[in-house]
Every structure is written in C-alpha cells, then in structure tokens.
Design a protein around this ligand. Structure first.
Ligand code: BEZ
Length: 235
C-alpha cells in the first residue's frame, strides 16, 4: 500500500482540518473552535506517569486558559475507551502535588489510526514509531497556527510557559507590539522597529515620547499589566 506523505504544518499555516471522536463527543477541527484560541496538544500514551502529571496540571489550569479565550484539546494514538478509563482513574485515584479529584473536561481525541498525529507531525519515528511526542500547537481564532513547541517523551511540559505564550501572542496582536525574552504582563514591550532613517533619528533624539531606545532598532515602552489583562481576560 502506498504510504501517504504529510508535510509538517508550520507557523503561519492554516491548521489542518480533521474530524475526530473525543471524550467529549465528535469534533470538527478547527471549524468548531472559530473565534477561540486553541491549544492542540499530543501526549504519548494513556496510563503513563508523565502524561498523567501533565493532564492533571492542564485540567487544573483549564479555567485560567478559558478566561484567556483559549480552549484545550488533547490527543494520543490510544482508543476512546482507554482515554475514558484513564481519565476516570485520574479522577478517582491519583493524587499528585496537591491536586486530587481532578476531572479532565476538555476533549481528548482518539487517534488509533494516527491520521491526525501524522497530519500534524506529531509522530517522530526517531523518538517512537508507536507514540506521539509531546507536541503543542497554539492556534488563533482564525484557525492559523501561531506557535509550535515539541518535547520528547520523557520531558513533561511547563504549563505556565504555555499560558505565557497565549498571553504574549494575544498581547502582541492587540497592542501591535512584540514581547521580549521572558516577557510577562506588566513588563515592557518592544515597539515595531523604525522603518525609516527619519524615524530612527527621531527615536534616538528622544522625539517619540514614552519610548526607551537601547539603539534605533530596539525600543521598548511601558505597557501596564492591568491594561494587558483587561484586553485579554474575559470578565
Ligand atoms: C510518560 O508519560 O510517563 C511516558 C510516556 C511514554 C514514554 C515515556 C514516558
């Protein structure tokens, strides 16, 4: 049988479409999520410890993500009944780092055929030919992929970082700025680089109020934390 070849989706591409069965019913992706940001993420397998710690953490933070208009959608190449059994076990039996009785209410896609995992480049045969790696796709309300992050099987993700990514992308869109290293709401932001010699000269001459220019191409400005959170978080 001829093997289908998929190219990996890239930042700036439309999120590849698929229909899937999930623990919360059938979904059409990404059309069901139009108007929301989405984190589509894969995990290697149900009933494994790193994945369990990740699901408990993500589920505990779900409300926080929802407040930032961001929905979570998980995937592994396990079947639906395995997903259901694993999520029940998490709720009924697992206590970890102060989290217990954790209910995973976001959808978890069954992908035994690996169709979705292959479409999204979640299978990395050098790491495993039977399990998806820990891939993260942050998709905007228009269905465009805005960030892609990959982790290997043994490395649990940092969910505070994923939340920071969502806030930074939204702040950059809303305020037309870029966010520097380690940016968090309340930190200074980077204004678009001067596009003309005149602007560069004005900026270095201190003519643009509120800018702190390290050099003509690197100017920051203050952006109040409350202003950022008011623009992003649902009341
Ligand atoms: C885990 O989630 O613990 C795990 C899954 C696959 C390979 C290694 C670790």
């Amino acid at each position: 049988m001829e093997e289908q070849v998929f190219s990996m989706p890239r930042i700036g591409d439309k999120a590849p479409e698929f229909k899937a069965v999930t623990t919360q019913g059938d979904i059409n992706f990404p059309s069901d999520y139009k108007g929301s940001w989405v984190i589509l993420f894969s995990h290697p397998a149900d009933f494994t410890p790193v994945c369990t710690s990740e699901f408990m953490t993500f589920a505990t933070m779900e409300k926080q993500f929802n407040q930032a208009n961001t929905k979570l959608v998980g995937l592994s190449v396990d079947g639906l009944y395995s997903h259901i059994a694993w999520l029940r076990t998490i709720k009924e039996k697992i206590e970890y780092k102060g989290m217990k009785d954790v209910e995973v209410t976001f959808p978890l896609i069954e992908d035994i055929t690996m169709e979705v995992a292959k479409k999204y480049g979640m299978m990395m045969p050098g790491e495993s030919s039977t399990k998806a790696v820990r891939a993260v796709f942050v998709i905007d309300p228009e269905g465009v992929i805005r960030t892609i992050i990959y982790y290997p099987l043994s490395l649990g993700r940092n969910f505070d970082e994923l939340y920071r990514v969502v806030l930074a992308l939204q702040a950059a869109d809303h305020f037309k700025v870029a966010t520097p290293a380690d940016w968090r709401p309340g930190d200074d932001v980077i204004v678009p680089t001067a596009g003309s010699c005149g602007t560069a000269k004005d900026r270095m001459g201190g003519k643009e109020e509120g800018l702190d220019c390290k050099d003509w191409f690197f100017c920051t400005k203050k952006l109040d934390k409350d202003k950022v959170l008011d623009a992003i978080l649902k009341k």
